[in-house]
Write a protein that binds this ligand. Structure first.
Ligand code: DQA
Length: 144
């Protein structure tokens, strides 16, 4: 069993980027946490981060071959990308949408997501722990 972990634009800057909003953990720290939780639950992880929409879409398409579910923090593409939504619905893999910050307590343009209504679960405002919750949720979903 394998989970695809997708992080979108600017999440490579985690730890350095607006730490008052996103915390001090780096992307490597996030990937390690996800890998640890996933392995405890019997999952492997493929992690991808890109600042380019098409690279993220290609990774989601490739997951169709060998992954069971997706954990995705689409970054700002959350609020703009019909293409990412179509990629996720197109591969028919269950996915959990994660936002480190509470997007609903921020600027109005962050309140709408192109993904949330087709997500299995949406986790916002739990900090980087949200990624761990997402993996736990996927394990429960796939077991049921
Ligand atoms: C984010 C929230 C988005 O609005 C923002 O563009 C990000 C990160 C979050 O994890 O809180 O890049 O997805």
């Amino acid at each position: 069993n394998r989970i695809l972990l997708v992080n979108g634009p600017n999440l490579n800057l985690l730890g350095a980027r607006e730490p008052e909003i996103y915390g001090s953990d780096t992307l490597d720290d996030v990937v390690s946490r996800v890998e640890r939780t996933a392995s405890e639950l019997g999952f492997a992880v493929r992690a991808v981060q890109s600042n380019h929409e098409g690279v993220l879409i290609d990774a989601i398409h490739a997951a169709r071959e060998d992954c069971d579910a997706v954990v995705i923090n689409p970054g700002a593409f959350t609020h703009t990308s019909v293409a990412l939504r179509d990629a996720l619905t197109g591969v028919h893999l269950p996915f959990v949408e994660v936002h480190i910050s509470n997007v609903h307590a921020r600027e109005p343009f962050r309140h709408h997501s192109y993904l949330s209504d087709v997500a299995s679960c949406v986790i916002v405002g739990a900090g980087v722990q949200g990624y761990v919750f997402a993996v736990q949720r996927i394990a429960a979903l796939l077991a049921s």
